[in-house]
Design a protein around this ligand. Sequence first.
Ligand SMILES: Nc1ncnc2c1ncn2[C@@H]1O[C@H](COP(=O)(O)OP(=O)(O)OP(=O)(O)O)[C@@H](O)[C@H]1O
Length: 607
Amino acid sequence: MPIVITKSAMVNDAEALLKIKQSLNNSQFLDSWKNGTQPCDEVVRWVGVVCGKGIVTTLRLRSMQLSGDIDTSALAQLQGLRVLNLVNNSFSGPIPEFNKLGALKAIYVSNNNFSGEIPSGFFTKMVSLKKVWFDKNNFTGPIPSSLAQLPRLLELCLDSNNFWGLIPSIGQQSLETLNLSSNNLSGDIPSSLSRVVRNPPPPLEEPPQKSLKIAYALMALSGFLLVSMIVAIYLIVQKRKREESDEMGMGERDFGGNTIGLRISSIGRKEESGQSSGSGVEKSTGRKSPKKGKGFGDLTVLNNINPGFGLSDLMRAGAEVLGNGSVGSSYKAKLSSGLILVVKRLKEMNKMDADEFRAEMTRLGGLKHPNVLAPLACHYQKEEKLVIYEHIPKGSLLYILHGDRGESHANLNWPTRLKIIHGIALGMSYIHTKLAALALPHGNLKSSNVLLSPDNEPLVVDYGLISIIDGNHAASVLMGYQAPEAIESRSISPKCDVYSLGIVILEILTGKFPSQYHKNNKGGTDVVQWVRSAIQERREAELLDPGISANRHCIGEMLKLLHVGANCTESNPNKRLDIREAVRRIEEILVEGRSVDDSRYEISQDG
Ligand SMILES: Nc1ncnc2c1ncn2[C@@H]1O[C@H](COP(=O)(O)OP(=O)(O)OP(=O)(O)O)[C@@H](O)[C@H]1O
C-alpha cells in the first residue's frame, strides 16, 4: 500500500504520538517526544520512531518498561505506520484494538503480559500482516481463525502462551516460520501444516532448494538421533566395544514420511515430562520408547520430546574432537542422516549420584530463550557423564573473532557486533533470572561459550556448571572465577558473571584476545587494564577494532558500549553494573542508534 504524505499527516503524527505517550505509564524513555518538536526531525528525532518520507512508518518501543492502555485510536491516526514493535515491555490485560491498524505489516508484542482470548475475527481486516509475534504472553482461548487465514503471513509466533483447542488450518504458501510450542493445543495436526518448518536449521550438506524439506526431516529425526548419539559416543569413548554391536542392531529405522507427524505434533502442546509429546506419533510411526542398549545406563532427554531411534544409524556415526575445554572434551558427531550433534564429556564432576545429576541437568535443559543453547539430553554413568547439544555450524564467537578471519569475520560489522552483545546480555539476564538460586548462574561465560546462528544471533552455552562441577576444581576451570574478588578471596556472586560479560564486550569491541582467558594471564591483551588506561587518557577511540571503527557515524555508540564494558569489569563488585543494568544500558544504545537493522522484529516498508 503506497504511503501518500500530506502536511497535515506530519502534524497529525506528532499529535498522535503525544496522545500515545500520554496513555502509557513509565514513559521516561520517551522524553524526546515533546510538544513543539517533530518526530521525524532529522536532527532531534523522537526515540523509537522510524520515518519514511517524513512520516512515521515504524514504532520501535522495545524494552522500555512500558505499560498502560495504549491509545489505539491515536495509533490509527499514524497513516504511514506499518510496523509496531512493543516487545519486552509490561503491557497487560486483553489485546488492545490493534485491529484498527488495517495497514500494519508487522506486529511484535512478544514478552509482555497480555492475556485473555483474542476474538476469532480479530485479524479479519489486517490483510497486509506478514509478521505476527504474540509469543511469551498469557493469551488463552483458541487460536483466532482469522489469524490462520491471513493471506500474506510469513512469520507466526504464538509460543509460550495458554492457547488451547485445535490447531487451525494454517497453510499459507508464504509461511516461513511457525512456532506454536508451549501451549495447550490438542487434536490432530492439520495436513496444511505438513510443509511448514519451525525455525528450520541450516541445511547441512544439501543444495539450497532441498533445504527446507531436509531441515524439516532432520528436526523430526532429532529426538530419535539424540538417543542414537549417546550410544554412538559411548561406543567411541569405550573404543567401540564390538560385543555390544549385536545388541544395538535391533532398533527400527524406517522413518520415511512419518517423521513429519512427530515434528508437528511437538509444536502444539505444553510438553509434559515423561509423556509422549504427540498423540499421533506412536500410532503413525509405530515407534517405541527409546531402548537402553546393554550397559549404556539411562538416557535423560531434557527437552521433553520422547524420541524413537533406529540403532543401526548409530553405528554409522562418526565423531571428531572439537576441543578439550576446561570442563571437559567436546565431540562433533555426525549421523548417517546428516544430523550433527555435539557431545560433551564432563570431567571434574562432584559426587552427585545419578538422580541428582539428572535433576540438575533437567533444570538446565529446561531453559528456553532465543539466546541460550540448552542441553538436549544427558547420560550418567559412574565414570562417564555426557551432555548432548544441538550442533551450531557457524561455531563460536571466539573462532569468528580471532580465527581464520574468513567471510564470517568480515561480516562482523558494527550493527552485527551490537546485536551480538545485546543478545548475549539478554541470554545472561534470562539465565540470572532462571538460575537465581545459584551463586554463579552462568559461571563460564567467554567467547568460546557463545555460539552464533547463521544470522549471527548469539547462543550462550555451558551455563550453570557450578552446580555439577567439583567445588575444588571450579576455581581453576570456570571463567567466573577470573573476577578480581573471586581470585583474591574466592568470593563469588552473580557479579562475577557480569565481569565475564564485560570481558566479552571489550573483546568484541577491540577485536583483541583477552589475556583473562588464559589461566596464567600470559598471552593475549589485558583488555580490562588497556581500556581503563585509555579511558583515563581519553583515547578510547584508538582501541576500537579497525573492522568497525571505519564506521564513523557510529563511533559514539561504540564508545558508549566500551564504557558499559568498562563498568561491567569494575574491580569492585559493588561498583560493577548488575546484569539488568547492563542490559538497560545496552538497550539505551540500541534505541538511540540508527545503525541496527533489527530484522528479528521489523520489516522494511516493502515487506
Ligand atoms: N553446540 C556446539 N556447536 C558448535 N560448536 C560447539 C558447540 N559446543 C561447543 N562448541 C565448540 O567446541 C569447542 C570446544 O568446546 P568446549 O566447551 O569443550 O571447550 P571451551 O568452550 O573451549 O571451554 P569450556 O570447557 O570451559 O567451556 C569450542 O570451540 C566451542 O565453541
